[in-house]
Design a protein around this ligand. Sequence first.
Ligand SMILES: C[S@@+](CC[C@H](N)C(=O)[O-])C[C@H]1O[C@@H](n2cnc3c(N)ncnc32)[C@H](O)[C@@H]1O
Length: 340
Amino acid sequence: MTKQDLVGTLFGAAAFQMLNAGNELGLFEMLHREPDRDTEEIGARLGLERRPTEILLLGTSALHLTTVSHGRYRNAALIDEMIADRTWEIITDMIAFEANIVYEPQADFVDSLRHNTNVGLRRFDGDADDLYHRLAHRPDLERLFYRCMRSWSRLSNPILVDKADLTGVRRVLDVGGGDGVNAITLARANPDVEFTVLDLPGAVSLAKQKIADSGLSERISVVSADIFADSYPEGYDCVLFANQLVIWSPEQNMTLLNKAYEALNEGGRVLVFNAMSDASGDGPLYAALDNVYFATLPAANSTLYHWGQYEDWLSRVGFSHILRQPGDTWTPHGVISAVK
Ligand SMILES: C[S@@+](CC[C@H](N)C(=O)[O-])C[C@H]1O[C@@H](n2cnc3c(N)ncnc32)[C@H](O)[C@@H]1O
């Protein structure tokens, strides 16, 4: 490590502000439409005076989000590519999630470590001890949360579609399935399989709409239930936990996996899909930094666990044929499957 390496870390929060401002103020969209503009032209189009325009462009260019040549600016090639193929819509939701849900509670990271709990939750009204129940008091943030969660999942769930082997599976129970984003994607890829999304009432009403919009209401049903307090509906040969077992403690995850085991028929399978950290203890960087959100906000013990921890819980519950399937993209998502 060099002292220069410290700069990105010391000012990491400022780096995010540059990305967020470039996005919110429409800089990247503008430069996509009109590349090679100078400071004055960019300021005029963004409605900014010269000083803030210079501050913004210095930051985005130092971070390689934009480039400058002879006083004229354009987007990094990657940003232009993502705007053109519309993956930028996913990135803008991820930025909105970080800015509106994660940013303030992150300031409680030190206290969250000291007290070994999600101290950042104090920034959301209510007395429930997880984020999802507190969001019910804030319909505006709840909508934003599920919209952004959908984008996080759209970014990574091609890995789920690619790795989840649903051969012979007829009915999948998607536990904590959110607005149905993964059930919809999997249903499109597996035309003979039916899905049930089980989630809290706020998510379920969004899921109904999304499923109807995608024309899949006949194959995807929704159930409003609490994944801990309520028993799981029966008759499923696959239970999916997508971005779910990152929220809870090892003991709670054992409870959920036991419930899945009980609900499955003999030979049924469970799929665990989410971002994983490495057992080596030094990365990947995505998992290491995303853990700040998990440590401060969703629930008391949320963690991006490493692969081996899931495998240990699965075998202790009684599952066999445990199979680890990492994705091969820039996010550390992967699927672990196992059989009852
Ligand atoms: C991180 S989100 C993942 C959503 C979806 N599976 C995905 O991958 O996009 C966690 C989901 O679990 C749901 N959830 C949390 N606690 C729950 C509970 N006690 N009962 C039912 N659903 C719950 C939340 O409402 C949310 O939709």
